[in-house]
Design a protein around this ligand. Structure first.
Ligand code: AMP
Length: 215
């Protein structure tokens, strides 16, 4: 089961991926999470990627493809995986095709989770994180017990720079511009499905399950 989830930043891809991990026992491969780990650990890749990420810009394709080549060769990818946040550009999609061919893998399904921009801004600008643990809260949907304080450590919460409204709008513009060509790319392969992501988590999961069960 090799699935690609496409959706705007903050559109619930990560949440849906977690449901699929449980169901199919396959790993989620999120380039955003991998890059954040590199930045945190101050690796050479992290140092190169940091500024792009903080400004809401895309990290260069060559860095992403090198990182993915290593990841897709890991043993846990043998039975399948959920790609989340990659590919984001046509060169990345072409690079992925090349990698898949080398590994003798096939992408089974590409699922687009659609969410209107204003909903995304509402979701993301309310996000607060505990930086050390990565715990994420939301001032409306998942507030901490005490305002702006982490439930477990009592430490202050922060707003990630890439969750600020200006940055979110910029990321959405980039998302729309880069996704359009990707949609065409995968539509030609007849593996593309689109679902409404502006709904309860369970309903979105059901839509995804319907698609995968029919595959
Ligand atoms: P995400 O958590 O997927 O929204 O990713 C956070 C940030 O990491 C993005 O705003 C980009 O700067 C960078 N990033 C993640 N995945 C990619 C990718 N496939 N190509 C380029 N940049 C990426």
């Amino acid at each position: 089961m090799k699935i690609l989830l496409i959706g705007p930043p903050g559109g619930g891809k990560g949440t849906q991926a977690k449901v699929l991990i449980e169901k199919y026992k396959i790993p989620q491969i999120s380039t955003g999470d991998m890059l954040r780990e590199h930045v945190k650990k101050l690796t050479p890749l992290g140092q190169k990627a940091k500024n792009y990420m903080e400004n809401g810009e895309l990290v260069p394709d060559s860095l992403i493809l090198d990182m993915m080549e290593l990841r897709l060769n890991d043993k846990d990818c043998i039975n399948g995986y959920i790609l989340d946040g990659f590919p984001r550009t046509i060169p990345q999609a072409e690079g992925l095709d090349f990698l898949l061919e080398k590994l003798n893998h096939n992408l089974d399904n590409v699922i687009i989770i659609d969410v209107p921009d204003d909903r995304i801004v509402q979701r993301m600008s309310g996000r607060r994180v505990h930086l050390d643990s990565g715990r994420v809260y939301h001032i409306l949907f998942n507030p901490p017990k005490k305002e702006n304080i982490d439930d477990f450590t009592g430490e202050k919460l922060s707003i990630r720079k890439d969750d600020e409204e200006g940055t979110v709008r910029k990321r959405l513009d980039i998302y729309h511009n880069t996704t359009k060509p990707l949609i065409k790319f995968y539509d030609k392969k007849n593996i593309l499905n689109s679902i409404n992501g502006d709904d309860e988590i369970e309903n979105v999961s059901k839509e995804i399950a319907k698609i995968l069960n029919n595959a």
